[in-house]
Design a protein around this ligand. Structure first.
Ligand code: FES
Length: 101
């Protein structure tokens, strides 16, 4: 099972392959906005994937289009509700409340 390390707290959580980054973050007890409940429509769950980008699911068109509307996105940006965990460990950075608004 991949380990998700969550920054800036440094908390870690072991999650199942194929589960979303959002689910892992919430299961670890971290706070993250998810206003559309994981439908990929609101952009509030925007995170930076600092390590392990190759192991998570590829970005799909709808996610890409949503990310394009969010200020401050970069090459490490993902919507936590749309990115699925692969076999390898990852590190994600939470951007604080309202970052994806
Ligand atoms: S929870 Fe709305 S885009 Fe992820």
């Amino acid at each position: 099972m991949p380990t998700v390390t969550i920054q800036p707290s440094g908390k870690t959580y072991e999650a199942a392959v194929g589960s979303t980054i959002l689910a892992a973050i919430m299961a670890a007890g971290e706070s993250i906005l998810h206003k559309c409940e994981g439908k990929g429509e609101c952009g509030s769950c925007h995170v930076f994937v600092q390590e392990g980008r190759k192991t998570i699911s590829k970005i799909q068109r709808a996610e890409n289009e949503k990310l394009d509307t969010i200020p401050g996105v970069g090459s490490k940006s993902r919507l936590a509700c749309q990115a699925l965990l692969g076999e390898e460990n990852i590190t994600v950075e939470l951007l604080g409340f309202g970052s994806g608004m």
